[in-house]
Structure formats: C-alpha cells, structure tokens
Design a protein around this ligand. Structure first.
Ligand code: FUC
Length: 762
C-alpha cells in the first residue's frame, strides 16, 4: 500500500515536472535579437536581452505602422481585365504581365511596414563581473527571469506582459538590502522622438517617418530605494526592490480612423494599476495566462536533455533528434506565441507576430495571405486556443470591406477579394509585381478559417454571424471565374501559383480553394437554412471548374497545362493545398490524386525555408508518413545560424523560426505538423496517431481538439495506442479510428467516453 502511494506520488511529481519544465533556458545574455526572448499580451510585446551590465528590453505595440488610411484600389483597372485574360489565353504571358503591371496593380504599388516602438534600458554599474547567470522563459506562467550574482549578492529580474493590466511589468530584486542601484531610461530608433521625465515616470513620444501614426509609451517606477533624475535618466540607488510598468499606445483606432488619444490610454492603464503590488499584477497575469495555457498538455517523454540550454538542445537535435521533450516544447512554445500575439481584441499575428526591431522589416512584417498569415492560425483550434482566432476573424471583416472596393475596381465583380499581401490599412489590391502579386486565393483561403472554426466548435451562432463573409467571397469567385476558351473549364484568370511560374490562367491552387469554399457554402447554407438558390448555383458550377490533373511525371499538375518542372525545388507547394490545409485530395476518396500529390512533393524535395519545411511536415503527416514528417521536423529544429546550414532555415537560439530571416509562420506551421502526427479529423472521423514517427514511441496528450466539438486525451506506448478519452462538447455523433479499429457512437454534450487500445468502450 505504502509502496503504491509512493509510486503514485512519484508519478504525480513526474507529470507535474513534465508540465512545469517547459522553459527556454540560457546561461548567457542575448547578444542578438534572435537570441532575446519574446513576451506579449496580444498587443504589447517585448524582446528581452537579459543583459547584466546593461539590460535591453525592446518593445512593440501592434498598431504602430507606417502609412495612413488609404484606398489602394486601382481605379478603372477592370477595363483591362478582358485584355489581360485574352493575352494569357493566347500564350502571351510577358505581354499580359506588362499590361497588368501598368494598369492593374495597387495604387501605390507597395504597402507599408510594421514599426518598432521603443526600448527600455537599465544600466547596472559594477555588474560587469558576475557568476551563476541564468535566463529563462517559463512557458508555464509566461514570465521571463534573469538572475545572477555579483559579489555574493543575487540580483533577479522578472518581466511579463499582462493581458488583464495591459502593461509590461519589470520587477527587480537584490538579495541584500540597499544593494540595487541602476539607471533607467526609454529610447527609440525613430528619428522623430521625445523623452520627458517627471517624478517617477518617463514618457516616450515617437512619430513614424512616413505616416500619420504617433505612439506614446509611459513608464513608471516604484522602489524602496532612492530615486532622482540624472541627465534625463531615472537614477535608483540603495534599493532592494523596484517595479517598473510600461504602457504604450498609438492614435490608430481602425484602418479608417487615426483619431485616437494615446496619452489618455497610457495614463488610464497606469492609473488602473495604481498602487497594486507586483505580486498582485503577477498573480492576475498568471491566472489569465494559465486559463488558456493549461487547457492542453503534451508529454512525449524526457530523456534528460531538457536540463540543457535551449541553444545546445537545438544543436544536439540537428545532430541527433532524440530529444522528445524539445518536440513537445516546440508545440507549447507555439501555443505561448499564439497567446502572446493574438488575443481577443488584438490584431492578428503578422509575419513576425508582434515582435519587430526594424524600421524596414523583412516583407514589411505584414500579413501575407498566400500562405503565411493562414499558417499562423493552423494549429489554433487543435491546440485548444480557439478564441485566439478572433483577431483573424476581425481582420477578415475589415479586409472584406476594402476587398469589396478592389473586387469592383479590378474585376467589376460583387463580393470581396484579397490578393497576396495586406497591411494595417487593409490594402487588398495586388502589390509589388504582376507576376506574383495578382493571386486570387486570399478571400477563399481566409474564409476557410471561418468554416473550420465552425467545424471545430460547432458554434452555430458564430457561423450565422460570419457566414456573410464566406458568402461574399464565394459571390466574388462565382462572378470572376472565367470560361477558358482553350479547355472549356471555368478557371481563375489572371492569377498565379504562389510565387512560381508568373501570371497565368488557371493555377490549380485557386481552383482547389474555390471548390472548397463553394462546398462549404453549400454545407453552411443548409445548416443556416438560407441561400438555397445561391447554393444551387455553386453546386452547378463545381463540376465545371478545372479539376485536379495528373501530369506526365506522375505529378499533380500545378497549372492547367502539364508544364511542371520536376527539378524545381521551389519553396511554395501551392498545388498541394487540397492535401493540407484543404482535404479534397485524400486517401479515401482520391487515392490516385494523393499518389500524384506525393510525387509532386518528392520532386520539390526536403529542403526549404522555415515555413516551407513546416508546410511539408503537415503534408507528410497527411500522407501518413510520420518518419518523413519527423525528418523535416529535424531540419526545422536545427540551428539556423550554424555556418554549415546558413540560409537553410531552421530555428534561431530563441526558437524563433528562420525563413531566414525570422518569420513566425514556421513556428505555428511546425506545431500544426506535429499535431497532425497525433490526430487528424478532416474526414468526418477522428483518426488517432495517423502518422506517428518511430522517434516518438511514447506519449500522452490531453485537451487536444477535433472537429465536431470533441476534446480528447490519449496515450501511446511502443508506438501503439493505449487508451483514449473523448469529451463531447456538443453532443455530435463521433467516429474514432485507430489503425484497423474503428467505432461509431452517439454522444451527449458534456459527457466523456473512454476506450481501450482496440477502441472497446471502457
Ligand atoms: C511569401 C514567400 C516568401 C516570404 C514572404 C513573406 O511571399 O514566398 O518566402 O515568406 O511571403
């Protein structure tokens, strides 16, 4: 009996440790931004370097962008549409591109960048020589901690970004009374900036160079030491503790309105915190964060490597990927990044989430809709953070408004359309260059997120409220599709298979996206008992749309013509959209197309940028080849900066995904690909362990979500399922499948159903 109790206790402690040990850990400060660690509350983010003699906390607020409210549509562009189409039909691609470049592109042709906001610096004189340094980001409570010793005194710093208090908090302590002495100030990389200090607060005002947005950040410190202002810096002496709060805001209200009052906002935030102690703020932050974080657990085992620094773990994983805890950490880190960059009321995660230190960030750090923005949201339902999708739905609402103008001006069509890039002003017209900017899939792909959210949550009210967005996207495509004089099919023209092959008539990806959207509308209109006629029209159109085709190399054709180059290793694999995230192509209904899709992926090869590797992990999971998926995961979790790998993608020391440079989509896409190894539910049933890699023979997961309103917990050992529990949230019928076993059962909302390894009811 006693033995049993001890064993149980050990087991509990074991699991607790597995849960608690999801940390990023380092034994030295960050020198580079990609070594610094991110915190965020959806809107207000920071990168913490963890320096000793000088700490640097670079912060962002998500609404500080260049530019101004603007309608990017090209007036009268639609006049040229028939001519561009005719040139493409006649095989005159270059002429079509030239005409489109002149008459069909966004006005102006470039969008604008997300901006850095400011920097907090803390100088600690005399701390140059230190010992016992540690720097961690604890995913269990979203707190960044630095600690070290100088002359026997322990100095500790915690930093967090609180969602409930809308502020960044920095809390400093010294183990000896009066030993904490430092200078503190704020600054920014903007030319147009002003810092004012008054009492215990410092205010930073910045104005972006090319645009109308200005930002105000206010920092306030409380301490048990002495405080005075020296050369414009806050000078703290003889303290043992100090707490700093930082609030930041801009005059951005929405994409049409910049009449906000940031000084008022930051003032209110700090007043609301008032005299709350750091302990209070921290407690509120942890409660809020854990209400999301704790819903999902993943334990893949821990072979002791979790004690190493994160940097060493990434290096070791590259050489020998036998650190299953790092794989689980990668998933939990993605969840952490979702919670930190996309909360209800915030903007969606950009190419860099909310973290950016450059005035001219790569690809503007904006929203690229031909893969990147959607990839940011791939795992969100499955890893149980459903409400973190809200910013994406708000984004779709806004872009449907600007996209309606673009649909009219460029295509003389109803409904809405969005091309491959969007900025904060919700530009929806084709940007950059006609050979890749004119891509039509954005409205359809984004709409699929609305439908998938419904499938996962079975939330009919949500569907009712968002159906019109899907419908208007479908309306656009139903008018835009064009009967190809060469083949007789309805095709998407002009468009592009991202970002390969130039401007074309009829790229496969568009047709897959449009078909999926039309089918979703047919389904949704039935559920909502509406639009029967429109659904009927779409039903009639589906068989006329150019179908998926198998080409002469056994590949799935990327274009209408059989012109794929089997030696191309291009990072985009767009024509496999229907394998993932779509599922029109699958083993059950279209095995031949599945084979061809796999052949296409073989040709593209296993190399790629961060997000491309991540996409391929999802493909291989859908192809049910867990080992191949794991091979690509190995590459994604390899050191991006290592000289032998430079330019090859992978992960930075802070586990940020490297395109390179940093792009956050790979973090989310990678996590999604890992989850696809454990669960898939796209074919009206829940498949367990459909692509389990040999390298992950043992594990357990809980709080993982499947379509139909189901939340599951299951365990496996020696590569085999041991048991599974299904919580039905909406009382939908359920089909579970594991290898050759399958069970169909009715459920009641709120009830949990338990099964053994052969799916017999327990
Ligand atoms: C697409 C990709 C690039 C990059 C950019 C943000 O254009 O082709 O690789 O990810 O988006």
């Amino acid at each position: 009996m006693i033995k049993k109790i001890i064993l149980l206790w050990l087991l509990c402690v074991g699991t607790m440790q597995a849960q608690e040990s999801f940390k990023l850990a380092y034994d030295k400060p960050a020198m580079l931004w990609t070594e610094a660690l991110p915190i965020g509350n959806g809107s207000l983010g920071a990168m913490i370097f963890g320096g000793v003699a000088q700490e640097h906390i670079q912060f962002n607020e998500e609404t500080l962008w260049a530019g101004a409210p603007h309608d990017y549509s090209h007036k009268g562009a639609s006049k040229y549409l028939p001519q561009i189409r005719a040139l493409l039909t006649a095989g005159k691609q270059l002429e079509a591109q030239t005409l489109a470049q002149k008459e069909f592109m966004s006005d102006p042709i470039k969008q604008v960048s997300y901006q850095p906001f400011g920097d907090i610096y803390l100088d600690f004189k005399g701390h140059e020589n230190f010992t016992d340094y540690s720097r961690t980001l604890d995913l269990g409570n979203a707190i960044h901690t630095v600690s070290y010793k100088v002359k026997g005194i322990t100095f500790k710093r915690e930093v967090l970004s609180s969602f409930p208090d809308k502020a960044i908090a920095v809390h400093l302590t010294a183990s000896k009374s009066k030993a904490l002495n430092f200078n503190l100030w704020v600054d920014a990389v903007h030319d147009d900036k002003r810092v004012t200090t008054s009492g215990n607060t410092q205010t930073l005002e910045v104005k972006v160079k090319d645009g109308v947005l200005k930002g105000i950040a206010t920092l306030k410190i409380t301490t048990n030491g002495k405080l005075k202002v020296v050369n414009g810096k806050l000078h703290i002496t003889k303290a043992s503790t100090a707490t700093i709060y930082l609030s930041a805001a801009t005059n951005f209200i929405n994409y049409k309105d910049v009449s906000g009052t940031p000084e008022k906002i930051t003032k209110t935030v700090l007043e609301n915190i008032g005299n709350a102690t750091y302990a209070d703020v921290k407690k509120k932050h942890i409660t809020d964060y854990q209400s999301l974080y704790k819903r999902f657990t993943l334990d893949l085992g821990d072979n002791g490597k979790s004690a190493n620094t994160t940097e060493k773990r990434i290096y070791d994983f590259w050489k020998n990927p036998n650190d299953p805890q790092l794989v689980a950490l990668y998933v939990q880190y993605a969840r952490y990044l979702t919670i930190s960059s996309s909360r209800p009321g915030s903007k969606p995660a950009t190419l860099q989430g909310i973290w950016n230190d450059k005035l001219t960030p790569p690809w503007f750090s904006s929203y690229t809709t031909n893969i990147n923005l959607e990839m940011n949201y791939w795992p969100v339902e499955v890893y149980n953070l459903s409400e973190c999708n809200e910013p994406l739905f708000d984004f779709i609402k806004e872009v449907s408004q600007t996209g309606k103008i673009v649909a009219k001006e460029h295509y003389d069509a109803d409904g809405w359309v969005v091309h491959h890039n969007v900025d904060i002003w919700r530009g929806a017209a084709p940007v950059n260059a006609s050979h890749h900017g004119i891509w039509l899939g954005g409205a359809g792909w984004l709409s699929s997120h609305i439908w998938e959210h419904y499938l996962f949550t079975q939330d009919k009210k949500f569907l009712e409220n968002h159906y019109h967005l899907m419908k208007e996207a479908a309306l656009f495509y139903s008018e835009f599709l064009y009967k190809d004089p060469n083949t007789g099919y309805l095709i998407s023209s002009p468009s592009n298979s991202p970002e390969i092959g130039g401007l074309v008539a009829g790229p496969t990806m568009d047709h897959q996206i449009i078909r999926a959207l039309f089918k979703d509308i047919i389904h949704a209109s039935k559920i909502l008992n509406t639009d029967e006629l429109f659904a009927e029209k779409l039903r009639g159109m589906i068989p006329q749309i150019a179908p998926n085709k198998i080409g002469k190399h056994g590949q799935l054709q990327e274009w209408l013509e059989d012109v794929d180059d089997p030696t191309s290793h291009h990072r985009h694999v767009s024509h496999l959209w229907a394998v993932y995230p779509g599922y029109e192509i699958n083993y059950e209904e279209t095995p031949e197309l599945m084979k061809a899709a796999k052949q296409s992926l073989e040709y593209r090869g296993d190399n790629g940028t961060g997000w491309s590797l991540a996409w391929k992990i999802n493909f291989w999971s859908r192809f049910r080849d867990g080992d191949r998926a794991y091979k690509l995961l190995n590459a994604l979790l390899s050191p991006a900066e290592h000289e032998e790998r430079k330019g090859a993608g992978g992960s930075y020391p802070n586990l940020f995904d490297a395109h390179p440079p940093f792009q956050i989509d790979g973090n989310f896409g990678g996590a999604s690909g890992i989850l696809e190894m454990f669960i898939q539910s796209q074919l009206n049933k829940i498949e367990l362990l459909p692509a389990l890699p040999t390298a992950l023979p043992k594990g357990s997961v809980s709080g993982i979500v499947a379509r139909g309103g189901f939340e599951l917990a299951f365990k496996w050992e020696n590569g085999k399922l041991i048991e599974v529990e299904v919580l039905s949230k909406k009382g939908m019928p359920c089909i579970l499948q594991y290898e050759d076993s399958s069970i169909t059962f009715n459920t009641q909302a709120g009830k949990t159903y338990k099964f053994d390894a052969l799916l017999n009811k327990k």
